[in-house]
Design a protein around this ligand. Structure first.
Ligand code: SF4
Length: 157
């Protein structure tokens, strides 16, 4: 079994109530994919304000060295930590081999996030809070390019 970001399977879980614009066959059989949205599991509503990690990566959030703020400046770190713990719980329950998570997200990002200024500037190497917690516990994290064979850059905004 594998975890997958719910928005990648077409669920409208993103902060603005949209899904990720991806379609087509997955490289993993659908019946082996468990959809999760860490931000919803952490207690945030949909739609919700966008959030970004401030001054660090997911690993820094786990260590209490960086907060997650929404675009109104509210500290939503607790929701992100709670969501990550819930996803880790499911990973253990189903003994998942890996997770395919939506890159760029402050929860799910695995190769980049955004720089905390809400200006659309990427933070290369940034990781989301859930991705960081899964990796810390030995679970490999991949992104949508590994799940969809025909995933273009335009699909991943
Ligand atoms: Fe939820 Fe992750 Fe998709 Fe954001 S990227 S909507 S947290 S599953």
């Amino acid at each position: 079994m594998y975890l997958v970001s719910a928005c990648l399977l077409g669920l409208k879980t993103r902060f603005d109530g949209s899904k990720a614009a991806l379609s087509g066959a997955t490289t993993v059989p659908l019946e082996e994919l468990i959809p999760v949205c860490p931000e919803q599991l952490g207690g945030l509503s949909t739609p919700r304000l966008p959030s970004e990690i401030q001054g660090g990566r997911g690993e820094d959030v786990l260590k209490g060295r960086a907060p997650v703020l929404n675009s109104a400046g509210e500290d939503v770190t607790g929701y992100f930590l709670q969501g990550a713990e819930e996803v880790l719980y499911l990973a253990g329950l189903y003994k998942v081999k890996a997770a395919y998570l939506k890159d760029g997200s402050p929860s799910c990002g695995s190769s980049y996030t955004y720089d905390g200024t809400f200006s659309g500037r990427r933070f290369p190497g940034g990781t989301g809070v859930t991705a960081a917690l899964l990796r810390k516990n030995g679970i490999p994290v991949f992104n949508e390019h590994d799940l969809f064979s025909h995933c273009s850059a335009a699909d991943t905004k």
